[in-house]
Design a protein around this ligand. Structure first.
Ligand code: ADP
Ligand code: MG
Length: 256
């Protein structure tokens, strides 16, 4: 049975998409069957997995509106080694179109249930908001992976997300928990980052992943080639860190 994880943080530009596609590629590399779901109308995770969001026949939008199944809408990315349920701008309309629908926050959960035995991991890239789309992600998931930069306001931003996760846990999804905080774009030479990292560990203890993702230009270059860094340049420090993170996640789900 697939373990389903949301990569979420209501802030933009914190590394959600980079984490989703590189973790997906890292997991594929260590032999896991992975489905990557793009829930952001920007479609960056789709493009960053080698799937052209403009040429897609079916997307996660069709799945949310129940006009296609996951198996019909997902495509296998040969280069990346994982399945992609893509998104494009059409998805922005789903929010409005689902307004009148009952149990609208459970559409993705229902759709994913049908493919649970085909994958080991489902990774959901969430948009930078706490919208109906993110809610669909959180309702589907066993856990949340929160990428964060070790900056001054990082802890403050976390409070809203933690409260939302608590509410979803209480009202909609008893399985949901924060699996962990992933320190990304980390530069150990910056004293402040080191301090915030120490604070995170003091506050959240074992909810902070052991793996740290360094700031690495190869990870930032990879999307323009339509690839995760792990595939684009496997020897880059950032790519190696994501493969290590994939291994940490494989160990982590054994305890779930
Ligand atoms: P989000 O999905 O949260 O908006 P992205 O994953 O798109 O964030 O990352 C924001 C920007 O930071 C992108 O340009 C991305 O290439 C870059 N980036 C992400 N992680 C790293 C990293 N570890 N090192 C260098 N650049 C990174
Ligand atoms: Mg993104």
């Amino acid at each position: 049975m697939a373990k389903i994880f949301c990569v979420a943080n209501q802030k933009g530009g914190v590394g959600k998409t980079t984490t989703t596609v590189n973790l997906a590629a890292g997991l594929a590399k260590v032999g896991q069957r992975v489905l990557m779901v793009d829930l952001d109308p920007q479609g960056n995770a789709t493009m960053g997995s080698g799937v052209d969001k403009r040429a897609m026949q079916l997307s996660v939008y069709d799945v949310l509106l129940e006009s296609a199944s996951v198996n019909e809408a997902a495509v296998f990315s040969e280069k990346c080694g994982y399945h992609v349920l893509g998104a494009n701008r059409e998805l922005a309309g789903a929010e409005v179109e689902l307004v009148e629908v009952e149990r609208r926050e459970r559409r993705l959960k229902q759709a994913l249930a049908a493919v649970a035995d085909q994958f080991d991991f489902v990774l959901i890239d969430c948009p930078p908001s706490l919208s109906m789309l993110t809610l669909n992600g959180l309702c589907s998931a066993h856990g949340v992976i929160v990428p964060m930069q070790c900056e001054y306001f990082a802890l403050e931003g976390l409070t809203d997300l933690v409260n939302t996760i608590k509410q979803v846990h209480a009202n909609l999804n008893k399985d949901l928990q924060i699996i962990g905080l992933l320190r990304v774009m980390f530069d150990p030479r910056i004293t402040l980052q080191q301090q915030v990292s120490d604070q995170l560990k003091a506050h959240f203890a074992d909810k902070v992943f052991d793996t740290v993702i360094p700031r690495n230009v190869r990870l930032a270059e990879a999307p323009s080639y339509g690839l995760p860094g792990v595939v684009f340049d496997p020897s880059a420090r950032g790519s190696q860190a994501f493969v290590a993170f994939a291994e940490e996640m494989v160990q982590r789900i054994k305890r779930m």
